[in-house]
Design a protein around this ligand. Sequence first.
Ligand code: SF4
Ligand code: SF4
Length: 123
Amino acid sequence: MLSMLKNVVYNLTHKPATRRYPFEKREPFEGTRGHIENDIEKCILCGICQRVCPSNCIQVDRKEGTWKFEPFACIVCGACVDACPTKSLIMLKEYRPISHEKYVIVQKKETKASAEKEEKEGI
Ligand code: SF4
Ligand code: SF4
């Protein structure tokens, strides 16, 4: 009875252990692996991220000048971020917003090969 009374007094005089989500959101911890992003300006389309990715969710095509990423196949291991030679890939600690549909992120950059291909095709 006494221990219950102690708990009652404790709970009445302390803040609740839980947050009132979604009104109060928890800030992600330092080092949280939320999601990756590519700064295409810094990217050289070397393809290293594609080669090290264990879930095969990055496709780099130098001829097309594209960097493609399937966010829903990504296991957020960070291997691509560690391997990227230009540090164009970064790991953000915020999680990617929810989505009801799968999508692929396509980023385009002009390379010598892609410019030649477009010239040949008359684009
Ligand atoms: S490793 Fe970095 S620079 Fe190379 S293709 Fe991937 S994102 Fe671009
Ligand atoms: S974080 Fe891991 S799974 Fe996601 S794209 Fe990079 S290497 Fe692939």
